[in-house]
Ligand binder design. Structure first.
Ligand code: FE2
Length: 431
């Protein structure tokens, strides 16, 4: 048997060590302790962690890398970010949006991030960003799966042409229905927008992913309506609530009713720790609230929860680097959730779980799946989160598409080793 590639001596995310992975015709052909076969290419994994690619289930690719255009967000709030984006929108060009998105995708690939669900603003009647990102989606398809959400940034009812534009964007090929109920004029209109958007998703057989309750207002309860509508329309796992930050501030008694409702509905939840730990609590003095939704509580009830990045260098967030391990790392601190089990879960929350939310076909390190994988300079998933580990190799359909040298420091210390590999500092700990 002749394979295209064999990776030798990898550690798998489930803890299996010394595994060889054979690749043929762009797919995983075998995973075994020792593969006795020929291959065109043999790669030594040196015991490092082999992971499926990272998946970002919540992003805004139309705004990314626009930091400072036309000015900076001085208050750091969500609302100033939305206003600032409104100032930038008339100045956008197809070419500039596409070029920034392509540059971002280069960065994503370098970080082993090979699937992104990006919201795209449909409130500009030109649908300029929609057309630019549909073009980008086609161009990056060989190396990155880009799923687009029709997002009425200025409100489905509040923006006069959003309803019509949203249908136009879906007709053009945008994949998912979006919304922003907490930005509508009233709570009642917010709830009505959730109903309308879920009905569009049901009618078209699409997924729906709403920016939902991204607010410190404990009375922002649109996730309740989302759960109810998902249940009524049998949307189940096709419906997702993103952000859900008001849940952080809600009364515990109300949450004790809400959480089972969410679990029963089958909806998914996405927390975005980088952005919400910085956007939320801005009207507080002290104590100052954190902006994370109730991740542990939803997990305990079996709700699929994933972690998203949301923003990189745009009107809402000036940092970020397409590093989903950075997102996992921040979630550990922001929640906080420091048990070994919870830190291990954050790794799944930026790989396997969002892959299921996006409905990616052929994802994961199993025989028959796409040969898409990332070799990380870490011994196990927890260490990968701790170190935000270097992506040594990024492989798509069996081909190496990005390579980064291992991080290794030369030391000049008397009586100490001459070099330092940051990985493998706690080999005695199991996951
Ligand atoms: Fe967002």
């Amino acid at each position: 048997m002749q394979f295209d590639t064999i990776l030798r001596d990898a550690t798998m995310p489930d803890g299996r060590k010394g595994q060889d992975v054979a690749i043929a015709a762009g797919r995983i052909a075998a995973i075994e302790p020792r593969i006795e076969a020929e291959a065109r290419q043999v790669i030594g994994a040196r015991g490092y962690l082999l992971s499926p690619p990272f998946v970002d289930c919540h992003f805004h690719m139309d705004a990314t890398l626009s930091l400072g255009l036309p000015r900076l967000n001085l208050s750091g709030t969500l609302l100033e970010g939305i206003a600032l984006w409104g100032e930038l929108k008339p100045q956008l060009t197809h070419e500039a949006v596409a070029e920034r998105a392509l540059r971002y995708c280069d960065l994503a690939v370098s970080q082993g991030l090979l699937a992104v669900r990006s919201h795209v603003d449909i409130c500009d009647d030109r649908l300029l960003a929609v057309e630019a990102l549909l073009e980008v989606k086609k161009r990056v398809k060989p190396y990155l799966d880009l799923q687009l959400v029709a997002f009425p940034q200025d409100g489905y009812f509040r923006s006069p042409s959003a309803a019509e534009n949203l249908e136009r964007a879906l007709d053009l090929g945008v994949d998912v229905v979006g919304g922003i109920p907490h930005f509508e004029r009233t709570m009642a209109e917010g709830a009505a927008s959730v109903r309308a958007l879920c009905e569009i998703a049901a009618r078209r057989g699409l997924m729906v992913d709403l920016h939902c309750d991204e607010s410190d207002d404990p009375l922002s309860r649109h996730v309740e309506t989302l759960a109810c509508e998902a249940h009524r329309l049998c949307l189940g796992g096709r419906a997702t609530g993103s952000h859900l930050t008001s849940m952080h501030s809600m009364d515990n008694y109300y949450v004790s009713k809400l959480l089972p409702l969410i679990a029963e509905s089958g909806i998914c939840a996405i927390a975005n720790p980088l952005i919400n730990l910085t956007l939320q609590g801005r009207h507080d003095t002290y104590p100052r609230r954190r902006g994370m939704t109730r991740v542990a509580e939803m997990r305990a009830l079996g709700v699929p929860v994933a972690l998203g990045q949301d923003c990189v260098m745009d009107p809402w967030y000036g940092l970020g680097g397409a590093d989903m391990l950075d997102v996992a790392h921040m979630a550990v601190h922001g929640a906080p959730m420091t048990s070994r089990e919870a830190i291990r879960w954050t790794f799944d929350a930026v790989t396997e779980i969002p892959a299921r939310i996006l409905g990616l076909d052929g994802y994961g390190l199993a025989i028959g799946n796409n040969a898409d994988m990332v070799l990380l300079q870490a011994a196990d998933p927890i260490e990968a989160v701790r170190l935000r580990a270097t992506r040594l190799l990024v492989i798509r359909r069996g081909e190496i598409i990005a390579r980064t040298p291992p991080r290794e420091t030369e030391l000049s210390l008397t009586g100490r080793p001459s070099s330092l590999d940051p990985a493998s500092y706690a080999p005695g700990l199991s996951q």
